[in-house]
Design a protein around this ligand. Structure first.
Ligand code: ZN
Ligand code: ZN
Length: 257
């Protein structure tokens, strides 16, 4: 499942989708709303991100940063640390924190090494994933990752917490189902959510691992992701970005709810 290689940072202010071809009154009104929304973004948010697929699982590791301060966090450094560090250097940002959505090897495998090398605090996931962290060396052996060390989060996350990088504050939602301690990071201002393996474009996370729960996953998506709004763009753990509105309408696993 190849993930797109986003080669450039993705400024939020460029996120407006192209207008449709219809030129009726409704469409014009819609376009006006979009234009004013993007101007609003321009003056109120300095949030930026850049996504790099890492590990043989093409896991979408994102570097997120505050453009005013250049302070950055890396979400889910599963592996391929030299590529992540090269991207940080190219972007000219100052990496300050590691944020984890959940503790599967492709998301958390590089955490211990990166944290030790750059003295970075480890933020997340929710304590429900402790058993996945305890077993991370075993996960590494099973999936052929080179030696992976365990770690202890500097700060566990709970539903309703916030995380902050520079001037940018993101909300934390606990979204169990794929793993018991899975969290997602949401920027309401930038209308972006980093959802790990909860939801994908056209699919949902697996629930056949220990601690997985299908009904819980569906509830997490409907009760905690959909309220973020149809226009919110989400960055999944694998594969291309999409919007919650698109998935709510067309994703066969969760549409119509
Ligand atoms: Zn996972
Ligand atoms: Zn994954």
């Amino acid at each position: 499942m190849p993930a797109p290689a986003h080669r450039r940072p993705r400024p939020v202010r460029c996120a407006a989708r192209p207008a449709g071809r219809a030129a009726g009154r409704l469409q014009l009104a819609h376009n006006r709303r979009r234009l004013s929304a993007s101007v609003f973004d321009l003056v109120t948010t300095t949030f930026r991100y850049h996504t790099i697929p890492v590990t043989p699982f093409a896991q979408n590791c994102s570097i997120v940063w505050c453009d005013a301060t250049k302070q950055a966090a890396v979400i889910d450094p599963g592996g391929d640390l030299p590529r992540i560090e090269a991207a940080v250097q190219q972007l000219g940002v100052d990496l300050k924190q590691i944020w984890l959505t959940h503790a599967h090897i492709d998301h958390a495998g590089g955490t211990a090494e990166l944290s030790a090398r750059l003295s970075l605090p480890i933020i997340g996931p929710h304590p429900g994933d402790q058993f996945w962290i305890d077993g991370i060396a075993e996960q590494g052996r099973m999936f052929g990752f080179p030696q992976v060390a365990g770690f202890t989060p500097t700060r566990w996350l709970q539903d309703g917490d916030t995380v902050q990088v520079g001037d940018c504050v993101l909300a934390v939602r606990h979204c169990p189902g794929h793993t018991p301690g899975h969290v997602v990071f949401h920027s309401p201002e930038a209308q972006r959510a980093f959802v790990g393996d909860v939801l994908f474009a056209g699919s949902i996370g697996r629930t056949d691992f220990p601690g997985g729960n299908h009904a819980q996953l569906i509830a997490s998506i409907r009760e905690r992701l959909w309220p973020m709004g149809d226009d919110t763009v989400f960055i999944p753990g694998h594969g291309p970005e999409s919007t919650f509105g698109e998935e709510r309408r067309h994703n066969p696993f969760v549409r119509g709810g």
